[in-house]
Design a protein around this ligand. Structure first.
Ligand code: ATP
Length: 503
């Protein structure tokens, strides 16, 4: 799986999906640029989300709020006081770490030990090996896993009670060493705010301190009444938004899974107080269906319901995805009560209420939120789509089986040879298709090699123009996933593409 992850990263670069930011200056850590293919895939994911949220729900509308917001927004939301990571420095190496990640990594070593026991037994017992039975009875495996859980639970309790001295004591007790220098000489643990600061205004004295937004949700909350009034919205209704968010993540690992500048796709659904659990269940189901509609495989998703809830939530779950490094959060669904709107009422002195004509009363609505990282969704799709297949003749084909509706280029039009009028026919097909689809022309190399190039780039169809095309107006339509080739009339090409990409 680590190999698969490495393959995904290098494939993303080789085929123009993702580059490190400002690479010629050796890059900027945890910041990435999307290349010519990547921008298309990202736009298509965003549009797929937007359509399903905004166009498919008559009571959801979109907005596009600014990244910069009035600084009081972040006091009201709690980000100034509580959006922190616990940091610790090693006095010898001068390296800085997230204290919770050091502890998690330490706990993970116990899982590695358990896995080693399992692998050993597997080898010994061969086909007769019953893994479920083994892990539930083998004393060492049980012990490792219990120890791991105990460490994680202790850490969670310490962080919850903001006992930073306790976190340091735990690091010392576990004898955790700096992974680079091996030193155990640690500083105190302190909280570090994840928001990026910036300044508004030219002169040093009059400049106002601002933050780059760490989430898009607050742009929706502060516009709640604007949208409700001008859109004549009735509860329940939703506001959707996609856009950049910024977090000064300390441990930036795992490629585009955790970035410092990333994009969110969020929807806040405003409901009657008391009806939030019904809508929470509705959105859990609806969002999972959206994921499953892409066909990456049901087994790759699971819910992780939160037992410990943030101060503003009365229910929360993550949709986790099986990334190359294991199941991790892809999307969050949170029942946020009236926490945010109430806080903005308090800090702004403005009422943020809805008059409900059926109940004949005004109230601050409750909110159910769905929040997904666009870049994480990109990584999820890319990592499951990248496959290596051994063909009948023993050769290996690299194919990027992106869902056709999300693929950057929908079809490559290929003249079999660069003469006899075939390029001209190919160009004409492109001129027709490009009104509706992103299509490209490719005439370089033998046609077999061109197919392989498009397979690896993720293009679902190749349209090949040959001498017969001149005579009877037909072309070959080649399917990336099945490698089937079908002779169809040029007039039917658009119909075939649209059928495979229906929403
Ligand atoms: P995590 O626990 O992984 O840090 P979170 O719980 O802080 O995530 P939320 O604040 O709920 O995340 O943000 C909603 C979504 O935004 C997440 O589900 C994730 O897909 C995405 N996201 C959050 N932080 C990042 C990041 N640094 N880089 C990329 N995507 C992110």
């Amino acid at each position: 799986n680590e190999d698969q992850f490495k393959r995904v990263i290098s494939h993303a670069k080789e085929y123009g999906y993702i580059f490190g930011s400002s690479e010629i200056y050796d890059g900027l850590s945890a910041v990435y640029d999307y290349g010519q293919q990547g921008v298309e895939l990202k736009n298509n994911i965003r549009e797929y989300w937007w359509r399903s949220m905004v166009y498919m729900h008559q009571n959801i509308v979109g907005i596009d709020a600014a990244i910069l917001m009035h600084p009081t927004t972040w006091k009201a939301s709690g980000h100034v006081d509580a959006f922190n990571d616990p940091l610790i420095d090693n006095k010898d190496s001068k390296k800085r770490y997230r204290a919770d990640v050091l502890i998690e990594d330490h706990a993970e070593k116990l899982e590695v030990k358990a896995q080693k026991e399992i692998a050993k037994a597997k080898k010994r017992f061969g086909d007769a090996f019953d893994e479920a039975q083994f892990v539930s009875t083998h004393p060492r495996v049980i012990k490792y896993r219990e120890q791991k859980q105990e460490i994680l639970d202790r850490m969670a309790r310490l962080l919850e009670s903001e006992d930073l001295a306790g976190v340091k004591a735990l690091i010392e007790e576990l004898e955790i060493a700096d992974p680079i220098s091996g030193s155990k000489n640690w500083t105190e643990v302190r909280q570090f705010n994840l928001m990026f600061g910036t300044k508004l205004g030219a002169s040093a004295e009059s400049a106002t301190d601002l933050y780059l937004r760490p989430e898009t949700a607050q742009g929706i909350f502060v516009n709640f009444l604007n949208v409700q009034k001008t859109g004549r919205m009735k509860i329940p209704f939703g506001i959707a938004q996609t856009g950049k968010a910024f977090r000064n993540e300390i441990v930036a690992r795992q490629f585009i899974f955790r970035m410092r500048e990333f994009e969110q796709m969020e929807m806040q659904f405003f409901v009657r107080p008391g009806e939030e659990m019904k809508w929470y269940e509705y959105w859990k189901e609806t969002r999972l269906k959206w994921h499953l509609s892409l066909g990456l495989g049901k087994e790759n998703y699971r819910f992780h319901d939160h037992e410990k809830l943030a101060h503003y939530a009365n229910a929360a779950t993550d949709i986790e995805f099986d990334f190359p490094f294991g199941f991790k959060e892809l999307e969050g669904i949170h029942s946020r009560t009236d926490f945010d709107l109430k806080a903005h009422e308090e800090f702004s002195g403005k009422k943020l209420q809805f008059f409900d004509p059926e109940l004949n009363e005004s109230y601050v609505p409750y909110v159910v939120e769905t929040s997904i990282g666009l870049d994480r969704m990109f990584l999820a799709i890319l990592s499951k789509s990248l496959q290596e297949e051994t063909l009948e003749d023993g050769s290996v084909r690299t194919v990027l089986k992106l869902p056709a509706i999300l693929a950057p280029v929908k079809a490559a039009v290929l003249p079999l040879v660069k003469k006899d009028g075939l390029p001209e026919i190919a160009q004409k097909i492109i001129e027709e298709l490009q009104w509706d689809y992103n299509v490209i022309y490719d005439e370089k190399d033998a046609v077999g090699r061109r197919y392989r190039r498009q397979d690896a780039a993720g293009t679902p169809f190749c349209i090949t123009v040959d001498h017969q095309s001149k005579e009877d107006g037909t072309v070959t339509l080649r399917n990336r996933d099945t490698m089937d080739q079908q002779r169809i009339s040029i007039e039917d090409v658009a119909k075939h593409l649209s059928k495979s990409m229906a929403y």
